[in-house]
Ligand binder design. Sequence first.
Ligand code: 5GP
Length: 181
Amino acid sequence: MTARRRKELKVLIRQAAIQRAVRRIARQIERDFRGQRVHLIGVLKGACIFLSDLIREIHLDVSLDFMAVASYGKDQQSSGQVRLLKDLDTSIEGLNVILVEDILDTGLTLNYLFRILEQRKPRTLRIAALLDKPSRRIIPQVQAHYLGFKIPNEFVVGYGLDYAERYRNLRDVCVLAQPPE
Ligand code: 5GP
């Protein structure tokens, strides 16, 4: 990391702790769906790194699909409106679906996706989120069945999470102390 990067980023969760959390979540999923197939749905783009680590840790019959959403709003604030940019490629009817998200913040995005997917008659529908900022929740009923870490109300980047499309490649989850110009 360069000196400039060190100044703008503060490590919040190290790579090793993330790896342990991913393995813990995978074991929970294996226990809950022993002998069954699970269908992971990644929410692009932020969940792509978490999803690719998680899927390789799950020793079950696993399949995969993606959705992409955009939330209207500027900067680091979600406006509360969500728009579907990419829908699933295949039906989820009768499947054990786990919606995989990077971070649960206000809950608006997952609430929107959960309601859409519920209508498509999956056998089960659960949420796996790497991070949760409970103090920011607007929709209290949105909860992650599988959760990596609860974090304080800070804007984080790394491990898939971006600021203006940057920092997704960081191995640690970091607080962006000083957004770049
Ligand atoms: P929600 O709809 O729960 O408010 O927000 C979910 C989405 O907001 C996440 O998928 C993510 O794209 C974005 N988000 C919320 N908090 C953060 C954060 O601290 N860092 C980054 N990079 N994105 C965030």
